[in-house]
Design a protein around this ligand. Structure first.
Ligand SMILES: [Zn+2]
Length: 393
């Protein structure tokens, strides 16, 4: 049940109903391809003639295509439908504190071409590099690219302006406008954690994408959270929701948070906090986070201990979120999930101890997006707009 927002509501017109049915048919094809018109009609209880009309619209819009005939159930063999596979339609740009990934993707979220470079703390240089790479990729694809999705490790307002990106101290940069005017393509932009949550919703494995309420936690240089409520990203006022990395979970963390304090969740549960713990107990101080994970997986005692303690604090924060939101699933994303077998123990012990008796717990799982969650997030910013039902009502 949702209260109507009269400032946004438009009276439902025939177009609105047709628009909703169009998205229903499109999503049946997306999730159940290859599927016939008759099967869609059976499942949706829409009339066959309506389905045929909508399929024609979707074919003309270049979203779905026919493939050969399927099995006959007596009579003529039905023609099957699937998402259009020909060529890339989106470019994803994932800006991270270390590397910027840029890739083209088709409608189904399959990555086609991919490039990467080190992110320069100088926005001028990074933006030039993004623009030239996007222009090269889109020139190779004879303008089939429709738009660009950009994920950024910082606070983004709804107009596409980076309010603050802590790692580079970028403030008030109109990232969306700069990339759009340099490439001539529309841009959709969001915070990295929101983008990854969106990707899990649309492209995650079914045990996640079928959940209507879940929280995605990105453990990286910082700790970010993306909140999905009733099948959409919860952004809050000015898009700043989900800054749980700065909730207070203790005192005297092993290192300072990106905001400068020593009591934030991020300062206890980020990759940097695990490294700081490791450096305290080991002489081997030149280790980076991927190496720390490798060492822990190989059984190195200090590395395992540093990761376990980090997992414990990750669990402290997750317990707070579970108590507050009661989500169906909590997803952990980031390099740390490579050592999931180790991390999961620390997480579940802490969470089980802290969830109050009688309150429901949540499933805790590692990301299902493969090894490029941030890039999938950036691409989802474009692709979700194709499949979502975005009607004011
Ligand atoms: Zn903080």
């Amino acid at each position: 049940m949702r209260r109507l927002d009269l400032k946004k509501a438009q009276a439902a017109r025939l177009n609105t109903i047709r628009g909703i049915n169009r998205q229903i048919v499109l999503n049946y094809v997306r999730e159940r391809e290859p599927i016939s018109r008759a099967e869609i009609a059976r499942e949706t209880a829409l009339q066959r003639s309506t389905i045929s009309e909508l399929v024609e619209i979707l074919r003309n819009d270049g979203l779905i295509e026919e493939i050969g005939a399927g099995e006959s159930t007596g009579g003529r063999r039905p023609t099957l439908l699937r998402l259009r596979t020909a060529g890339p339609i989106a470019i994803g740009v994932a800006i991270t504190p270390t590397v910027t990934w840029i890739a083209t993707s088709d409608l189904a979220g399959r990555l086609i071409e991919q490039e990467e470079f080190r992110t320069d703390p100088d926005w001028e240089k990074t933006s030039q590099r993004i623009i030239s790479t996007v222009n090269r990729l889109s020139a190779c694809n004879s303008s089939s690219i429709e738009s660009i999705g950009i994920s950024v490790p910082g606070l983004i307002d709804p107009a596409g302006v980076a309010i603050y990106v802590p790692y580079f101290k970028w403030r008030g940069i109109p990232i969306g406008d700069v990339i759009s005017s340099g490439t001539g393509l529309p841009v959709r932009i969001d915070n990295d954690a929101n983008s990854i949550a969106l990707a899990e919703l649309w492209f995650g494995r079914p045990e996640i994408s079928n959940a209507r309420d879940f929280i995605m936690i990105l453990v990286a240089e910082g700790v970010g959270t993306g909140i999905i409520i009733d099948g959409q990203v919860y952004r809050g006022e000015r898009g700043a929701a989900g800054e749980f990395g700065h909730m207070i979970v203790g005192a005297q963390a092993p290192l300072a948070c990106s905001c400068g304090n020593f009591d934030c969740w991020e300062a206890f549960a980020s990759e940097g906090s695990a490294l700081a713990r490791y450096r305290k107990i080991s002489d081997n101080t030149a280790v980076d986070f991927p190496t720390l994970v490798d060492m822990a997986l190989a059984g190195e005692e200090y590395a395992r201990s540093a990761l376990s303690e980090t997992a414990h604090y990750l669990g402290v924060g997750i317990s707070n979120l579970v108590v507050g939101f009661s989500p169906e699933v909590v997803i952990v994303s980031g390099e740390i999930t490579r050592a999931w077998s180790l991390v999961e123990i620390g997480l579940s012990e802490t969470i089980e101890r802290s969830i109050r008796r009688g309150l429901p717990s949540a499933r805790i799982t590692a990301s299902t997006l493969g090894d490029q969650p941030t890039l999938m997030g950036a691409i989802s910013l474009v692709l979700a707009t194709k499949f979502a039902a975005d009607f004011a009502a």
